[in-house]
Design a protein around this ligand. Structure first.
Ligand code: ZN
Ligand code: ZN
Length: 377
């Protein structure tokens, strides 16, 4: 990569880092990205795809397959604690997952395609909104304009701290877990704190649910987890015994079958506990992520491309516990998600000290470009 190209990409990455936006609100990010990508002169730029999403299409002269690459536009509600000058300008929001870096990598691929179009077919760069809430991939696919895109294969990468910089981590089948957010509302009757027997407090039910939900996964479902993430009981008033409580928990599983069983057990346990305490129970679900199922041929392709670029490939033994909205694409199209190490001592994802390592931009571009050349020439 030319030095001036590398510098332009780092500058873009830092600019995006300074202006993080939450899931579903990525208007400015989309504007910055489409301005940059416009300079790569794609044949088509589709804006506002499934929200703030963008698709940039680069066509070859000869017909052929459509290969898509996806990155994410959104940042997180995490207050950044870094001292450097490109730190987030938005209080309580930051690019703590490195999506700024993933965007720079796709922009870099756009620059390479501007300099050297594929021999046949089309390359589509997808900038997806709302990844962190598990909504954006579905809304892009469901957008009627996505019908003209329909990739034959689709790829995405995620940086991963705790592994050597640039190492490629991949596996066939489940790459990471399915997860979903459970919201439990318990309604009883409030009363004067002097006469608690005249009301129905959800306090005991709340305590029981917090205690028992995490114990639901069976021993043979070793990646299944229930994590309590939030709880609330009554109001901050000494005169009133509570009549309302709320619990939020994240359920996680290696595959959809285990997830369905876990959901059923969580609903049964909550319903039964509420009933025993004479409470109305309302359960709703949010942030639903499918498991990411990598297709074997796409995994082979990534491995071969990585080896051709002299990269170290590591086949991971088990799926990662975290979830990725990219699973929604892989439920419809052939493809693969893989990780690239962000450095062994790098701050973890979603931490207030995290910052995407700029040294990973070039390897990301190189590997994506190699996949393009392998499929489309
Ligand atoms: Zn994230
Ligand atoms: Zn992420």
């Amino acid at each position: 990569m030319r030095r001036q190209d590398r510098e332009r990409l780092i500058e873009l990455r830092k600019r995006l880092h300074r202006h993080p936006e939450l899931s579903g609100h990525e208007a400015e990010t989309a504007r910055i990205v489409s301005k940059f990508i416009h300079s790569c002169m794609p044949d088509t730029i589709v804006r506002g795809l499934g929200g703030n999403g963008i698709a940039c299409i680069f066509k070859a002269k000869r017909p052929g397959l459509t290969v898509a690459f996806r990155c994410e536009l959104d940042a997180l509600p995490v207050e950044e604690k870094n001292p450097f000058s490109h730190r987030s300008k938005s209080p309580k929001i930051s690019h703590a997952c490195g999506h700024d870096g993933h965007m720079a990598i796709l922009a870099g691929l756009g620059m390479r395609l501007a300099q050297h179009r594929p021999q046949r077919g089309r390359v589509v760069l997808l900038f997806q909104p709302a990844e962190e809430t598990g909504e954006g991939a579905g809304s892009m696919i469901e957008d009627s304009r996505f019908r003209d895109i329909q990739p034959d294969s689709i790829f995405a990468l995620h940086n991963l701290p705790g592994h050597p910089l640039g190492r490629v981590l991949i596996r066939e089948g489940s790459f990471n877990c399915a997860s979903r957010g459970m919201i439990i509302k318990l309604r009883g009757v409030s009363s004067h704190a002097a006469y608690p027997e005249k009301g129905r407090s959800p306090a005991h039910a709340l305590a029981e649910i917090i205690e028992s939900l995490p114990g639901l996964p069976h021993g043979n479902e070793n990646l299944s987890r229930v994590t309590i993430v939030h709880a609330r009981l009554g109001e901050k008033a000494f005169g009133t015994a509570p009549g309302y409580a709320e619990v939020m928990a994240t359920l996680r599983s290696q595959d959809e079958g285990s997830m369905e069983r876990l959901v059923q057990r969580a609903e049964d346990l909550t319903g039964e506990t509420g009933e025993r305490h004479g409470l109305d129970v309302e359960i709703s679900w949010s942030d639903v992520f499918s498991t990411t199922l990598n297709h074997p041929e796409a995994v082979d392709l990534v491995e071969r491309a990585g080896s051709a670029c002299g990269m170290t490939i590591e086949k991971t033994e088990a799926p990662f516990r975290w979830s990725e909205d990219f699973g929604r694409f892989l439920a419809c199209y052939q493809g693969a998600l893989f990780c690239m190490g962000a450095g062994e001592n790098h701050a973890p994802l979603h931490s207030p000290h995290y910052d995407f390592p700029d040294d990973l931009i070039e390897p990301g571009v190189t590997l994506f470009e190699q996949i393009v050349r392998d499929i489309l020439g």
